[in-house]
Design a binder for this molecule. Sequence first.
Ligand code: SAM
Length: 276
Amino acid sequence: PGHLYLVATPIGHLADMTLRAVSILKTVNVLAAEDTRRTLQLLRAYGIRPQRHVSHREHNWRRSSEWLVRSMLEEQASVALVSDAGTPLISDPGSQLVRAAIARGIPVVAVPGACAALTALTVSGMLSSEDCFAFYGFLPPPRGASSGGKRQRREVLLERVVREAHERPILLHEAPHRVRETMADIERVAQQYARMQSSVVTINEPLLRVCVARELTKLHEEVFRGTLAEVRQHLERNEPRGEYCLVLGPEGRVEASQGPAVTFDVSSEQPVSVPS
Ligand code: SAM
């Protein structure tokens, strides 16, 4: 059979595409992408014009996986799966396709590269070499679908996230229009947790620390580290815009109040020419 390549693409900075990703994307028979228009536009920057492209997304993965496995991979065609940005399968489609390919003996090959959550974790200052971390992706939305089940699941996850964040770094994705509400919920649950714990030791303020990593690798990259209250104030003063990763972790890893958010202007780097 052909090979199924899982190809990471940049999360912002065009020069974060790997040489191997460019070479694989130039040679595969089929490109499977979440948003084909968006991916074709990205690939033009590297001079890549796929032979054939199909959409592989949330609402068609079943049909698309079946076609990719039976009509393409089992017929010797090679397929590259990419998502809109970053590493496929990480809060993105592809897991069922990978399982279907494995079940049929098709070689699955990762072409690693950018991943927003891991990028946020590395700059957060929350990781210590001897511990593990956890990734929760997007929490269920606070409202919408207005189903009690979803709300309840969000609360259960919030409690778990807050409890675990006292032990190890926790990674979350969040959309800009929800980041304030999610941080407010985390603060509320963390206060409840602190009150619960204070029967054992006296705690006046939740001990968690947060790193808010926004627009990583992009022109308006910004990293803010602080306490829950400091992050709330930061988000009150600055209208949330762009893409956010949140890293929660135990106190002690990151000092409270780091002053203003650290911004990084990628255009200050040496220009990189993109291989074509
Ligand atoms: N598969 C992707 C990856 O490996 O990074 C993640 C896809 S998920 C649908 C999109 C979320 O990733 C965004 O809502 C945001 O939380 C995070 N994200 C993506 N690009 C980012 C960036 N440049 N800076 C910060 N967060 C980013």
